[in-house]
Write a protein that binds this ligand. Structure first.
Ligand code: AMP
Ligand code: MG
Length: 424
């Protein structure tokens, strides 16, 4: 395990390290220096492997396709029956179905009706699609000479036996599950599930089901965190609400660190509250506190408690979601064993609404991507952008990412967006 404070000392010599004004990118890179995949693996059926990370190299046990076969419905012919410019008629001597091959041999002047996926009959090398022939009783007449090998899928054209199909660290999505099935593989070795403990801190928080007294609010962060984590197929340990009491927080953190790989908390890391937490975390582990030059999500703590990674997220409900997506999600993927973790992709679209933006911090405004009448994507901002207004996340389908140097945005200017919806 790398020593966070040693790394911090190294980092603090670097020009761009300032814990009171960390750029989003510097914080991200700092965190990534401490991430390595969990050890521990299991053998699971491919259905259970969905959303898990492969922990072995898979080589193809067979050629795919296993036989030369037809890519279309039509007639399997011998291309040598078509000398330059000639289009003789061929006698149809049978049919080849997918899964039910034609067993005879095709001689000169003969052909076989063939369906997509059927094995090419012996003697044939080309398939002419049915739309290109005329039928005359038992004979077919082509309207032009075929190109040798057309509409034929070669044996092993997709994968050769012994070829590497997937490497360790590959996330298993629907395509991979299907790919494994196509190779006849029914079990694979995957990384064990990541164990994540999470709790909310705050004296004002009540759990749903109990009435609110004056000054109290319902704890929503634990539910958004639950929702975001659930999408990653991790094991969750929901530890409820912990009061702003050093002893209660200490025992919750100690319990979490004894069984989880990752501890996520919300609240208690802002300037007013950080002091007692800071002292506590210095005692329990190695944690750095940052003010990130971003909005929302300014305060953030990261470090280790025992063997667990610790992310102290801010308390404001929108900040929790923004910091989770910008810092935590990809970190968790690395811990889960994934090697092909992509930065969140962005693309540029015109912004229909003017945006208020202060230079000097990255802003993640909540936006709605819309297709205009010309078929072009545009974005507009959701209503109020306060970091406590969770409705803005519910209305949004993207973040509008405004870089540090950017000032106000005029209507019609191009902005970068990160799409919240994922196709698979
Ligand atoms: P804190 O970071 O603890 O100062 O909290 C910042 C703001 O977020 C305060 O208004 C808190 O009441 C609110 N907050 C903190 N935790 C939660 C939570 N779990 N659910 C909803 N709001 C919260
Ligand atoms: Mg608090």
């Amino acid at each position: 395990m790398k020593d966070i404070h040693a790394a911090l000392r190294d980092a603090s010599c670097a020009d761009d390290y300032d814990p009171d004004s960390m750029s989003v990118e510097t914080a991200r890179q700092f965190i990534h220096r401490f991430l390595s995949p969990v050890s521990g693996f299991e053998q699971v059926h491919i259905r259970q492997a969905l959303n898990r990370v492969l922990a072995e190299k898979l080589v193809s046990p067979l050629d795919v396709p296993a036989h030369i076969n037809s890519a279309m419905d039509g007639y399997a012919i011998r291309s040598e029956d078509f000398p330059e410019g000639k289009t003789p008629s061929l006698k149809v001597i049978g049919t080849a179905f997918a899964g039910r091959p034609f067993s005879g041999k095709v001689a000169q002047g003969q052909c076989v009706r063939i369906m997509t996926g059927a094995v090419l009959p012996e003697g044939t090398d080309t398939v002419v699609i049915q739309e290109k022939v005329k039928l005359d009783v038992d004979n077919v007449i082509l309207d032009s000479g075929p190109r040798q090998g057309e509409n034929v899928r070669a044996k092993g054209e997709d994968l050769h036996k012994g070829e590497t199909v997937l490497n360790p660290g590959h996330l298993l999505r629907p395509a991979e599950i299907g790919l494994l099935a196509s190779l006849g593989i029914n079990e694979v070795r995957v990384y064990r599930r990541l164990r994540i403990a999470f709790f909310s801190t705050g004296d004002e928080l009540r759990s749903i089901g109990s009435p609110l007294e004056e000054g109290q609010i319902y704890d929503s962060n634990r539910y958004t965190l639950y929702g975001m984590l659930k999408r990653l197929d991790v094991d969750l340990m929901d530890m409820g609400v912990v009061q702003d009491d050093p002893q209660a927080i200490e025992s919750a953190l100690t319990e979490a660190a004894s069984s989880a790989d990752v501890i996520l908390t919300s609240g208690g890391v802002s300037v007013g509250e950080a002091d007692f937490i800071r002292g506590l975390l210095d005692k329990l582990g190695e944690v750095v506190f940052w003010k990130i030059a971003m909005k929302p999500g300014r305060p953030l703590a990261y470090g280790r408690i025992g063997n667990a990674h610790f992310f102290g997220l801010p308390g404001n409900p929108v900040s929790v979601m923004v910091t989770f997506y910008q810092f935590v999600q990809n970190a968790l993927k690395v811990l889960m064993g994934q090697t092909d973790v992509m930065p969140l992709p962005t693309f540029r679209v015109p912004c229909l609404t003017p945006l208020k933006k202060a230079a000097g911090r990255t802003e993640f405004q909540r936006g709605i991507l819309l297709l205009n009448n010309n078929g072009e994507w545009t974005v507009r901002v959701t209503g109020a952008q306060g970091s406590g207004i969770l409705r803005s996340m519910s209305e949004a389908n993207c973040f509008i990412v405004l870089p540090e140097a950017q000032g106000n945005v005029a209507a019609g200017e191009y902005v970068e967006v990160q799409v919240l919806e994922g196709m698979i």
